[in-house]
Write a protein that binds this ligand. Structure first.
Ligand SMILES: [Zn+2]
Length: 334
């Protein structure tokens, strides 16, 4: 029978191999990204490629994407990753502060650190001028379908209470507010699993907005609707809707038809024959462009994500023209 020492030596060998294989993978991935090989396969970004083609979870894909980009900017991170001085789980924190200029001084500060310790180093190197805006999802015991969302919101919002369509089990109407600073408060609200899924979907559709901005926009919509209903009795009747003369106008029923047909996701064909399927920053694309006489009909329209809409335009008009209109915007740059 093997001794404990022999078993341990075997584990140490396997661990060395694991780190070495990861470093090798990341170097190859950096090269793959540098020549934008993912775009040749039809993907909108390296992240998308890792998630869809290699089947990595979104979290794993994000880590590897950040690492591949960091390796291109600072090749010196490869060796510490390979020999274990730098833990792979700290890579996102490392990428926030380490640059081609400062790596010799800054990189060693991360050696041997956990992810949490690395975040503390980043906070010390680049402190936040204000309390960080944060969202925390906590499972609520005894209410299996519920979660608590914690948000820092501007004080101007604190007059509102937010309620899901139907109250979640065990939830109350009032959300607790904790003052943080003069103009920031933390909102604690118990929400259903259904609400969490809707929030996820909204985050996908509007990655440009923080959670508190999303929530405020939703509150604004509800406020406008309630106020409109209040004022509707006294309002003058609206002028009848006439068809638009603007050739760029896409009638609402056409939008709806295309959206339903394409099931609200990007229809771009990948090299492997599947469709992109992204729900991120969706746009309606004219298959035959408007500039070439393409009509705003359901047959000539399709749903594309922003990255693939840009790629479609590049294929029709060429890089030179698109760069003149959207300089620096390449597929996957977002
Ligand atoms: Zn797409």
């Amino acid at each position: 029978m093997d001794t404990a020492r022999e078993l341990s030596d075997r584990l140490a060998t396997l661990l060395r191999r694991e780190r070495s294989a990861l470093a090798e993978f990341l170097v190859a991935l950096a090269g793959f990204d540098a020549r934008r090989a993912w775009a040749e396969l039809g993907y909108a970004s390296l992240f998308h490629y890792l998630h869809r083609e290699l089947g990595l979870s979104k979290g794993s894909a994000q880590y590897r994407k950040v690492a591949a980009e960091l390796i291109q900017a600072v090749p010196a991170v490869v060796e510490p990753l390979r020999d274990g001085r730098l833990c792979f789980t700290t890579i996102i924190e490392v990428a926030r502060v380490v640059t081609a200029e400062n790596w010799a001084a800054v990189l060693p500060r991360f050696y041997g650190l956990s992810r949490h310790e690395a975040a503390e180093v980043v906070a010390a190197l680049a402190p936040h001028p204000a309390p960080p805006v944060r969202t925390v999802l906590t499972a609520v015991p005894r209410a299996p379908a519920g979660s608590t969302v914690e948000l820092n919101v501007p004080a101007v919002m604190s007059g509102s209470t937010v309620e899901p369509v139907a109250p979640a089990p065990g939830s109350s109407r009032s959300a607790a507010l904790t003052p943080l600073t003069a103009d920031l408060q933390r909102l604690h609200v118990t929400v259903s699993e259904r609400f969490r899924r809707k929030l996820e979907r909204l985050r996908d559709l509007r990655p440009d907005l923080s959670d508190d901005a999303l929530l405020e926009a939703a509150v604004d919509l509800l406020l406008a609707k309630a106020e409109k209903r209040k004022g509707a009795l006294t309002e003058r009747p609206r002028a009848s809707v006439r068809p638009s003369r603007d050739p760029r106008h896409i009638p609402a029923h056409v939008r709806r038809e295309v959206w339903e047909r394409d099931r609200g996701c990007c229809q771009w064909r990948l090299a492997n024959g599947e469709i992109c399927g992204s729900t991120h920053a969706l746009q309606l694309d004219h298959v035959v462009p408007r500039a070439r006489g393409g009509e705003p009909t359901a047959g000539n329209l399709r749903v594309l994500c922003a990255a693939h809409n840009l790629e479609a335009a590049r294929r029709v008009f060429g890089d030179a023209l698109i760069d003149a209109y959207a300089p620096g915007r390449r597929v996957g740059s977002s």
